[in-house]
Design a protein around this ligand. Structure first.
Ligand code: CP
Length: 309
């Protein structure tokens, strides 16, 4: 019997198992070969229609999902809240039910409210993929991050990964912590005390407030941006002071006792959390992460579509 996911939706890393993650990686390996061929398209999802509904801005995730869907030959419709009837007062459920009435099979949603994807899955009759819900989860980002570590370092198990920056407001941080731990990595978070949630130790992560110590500890540093759009109070005196304490520059990177891998989910604020020299450094795999995002999203879409049969 063909292997299948244990879930009908991808709402968060919390809801999936280590076996699910390994199946997604194995499937992504095949799709990565496909997207590097001259003809990048397979007919796998040609009977499926997918709506990408984005209530928040996105570059990487939106384009990556759309490309993944098109590479699988799905029909694709894109919805952005600013040009929709949401601005006239329509609810999320009414909006999605109207889209589903047009015979859409699957919904990829980004929304500013934590839990929005779970709410949608519980209240509509469609398969839902969470493309980022507020400060909660961003499962496909965590999957492509872990996949990129596996590609670069051979495996995730036993690797030390430091997630550095604005942990408090980051859905990438939570999904990464859950995914990396399920795969057997050791995880540390590092940043100003004001940007690290008080109870994060309960997740089994190490907490470090000193950037140099975190960098010396890790094999991989995943640098996060400061999410100013989610901050309604000041968590540090100024961006300049944040950069002095937590910004990674080439001198610090090259002065470490071992070579570490640099990651960033994007969007990058060059000169704040990392300098351009670090972003473009030979130890950075930032654009590999973006490339892997398409293969991972093809794998997730394919495996969820197989659950429909
Ligand atoms: N990493 C990520 O989610 O980027 P976007 O906000 O551009 O989609």
């Amino acid at each position: 019997m063909e292997e299948s996911l244990s879930v009908n939706h991808l709402l968060g890393i919390k809801e999936i198992s280590q076996t699910d993650i390994q199946l997604i990686f194995k499937t992504a390996d095949n799709f990565k070969t496909v997207i590097n061929r001259p003809i990048k398209r397979v007919p796998t999802l040609r009977d499926i229609t997918i709506a990408n509904i984005f209530f928040e801005n996105s570059t990487r995730t939106r384009i990556s999902f759309e490309l993944a869907e098109k590479r699988l030959s799905a029909d694709v419709v894109n919805f952005s809240s600013s040009s929709s009837s949401v601005t006239k007062g329509e609810t999320l459920i009414d909006t999605v039910n109207n889209i589903l009435a047009m015979k859409v099979d699957m919904v990829v949603m980004r929304h500013p409210a934590p839990g929005a994807a779970i709410f949608l899955a519980q209240n509509t009759n469609t398969q839902v993929i969470n493309a980022g819900d507020g400060t909660h989860e961003h499962p496909t980002q965590a999957l492509l991050d872990a996949y990129s570590i596996r590609e670069k370092l051979g495996e995730v198990k036993g690797k030390k990964v430091a997630i550095i920056g604005d942990i408090m407001h980051s859905r990438v941080a939570l999904s990464n912590i859950l995914c990396l731990q399920k795969l057997g990595a050791d995880v540390m978070v590092c940043g100003p005390a004001t940007l690290i949630p008080k109870h994060i130790k309960h997740l089994g992560v190490e907490v470090e407030y000193n950037l140099q110590k975190a960098l010396e500890w890790c094999d991989v540093a995943n640098m996060l941006r400061i999410q100013l759009e989610r901050q309604n109070t000041k968590y540090f005196p100024s961006l300049r002071e944040y950069t002095m304490q937590y910004g990674l520059n080439r001198k610090t990177l090259e002065g470490l006792s071992k070579k570490i891998t640099i990651m960033h989910p994007g969007p990058i604020n060059r000169g704040v959390e990392i300098t351009s020299e670090v972003a473009d450094h030979s130890q950075s795999i930032i654009l590999d992460q973006v490339e892997n995002g398409v293969a991972i999203r093809m794998a997730v879409l394919y495996l969820l579509a197989m659950k429909r049969a």
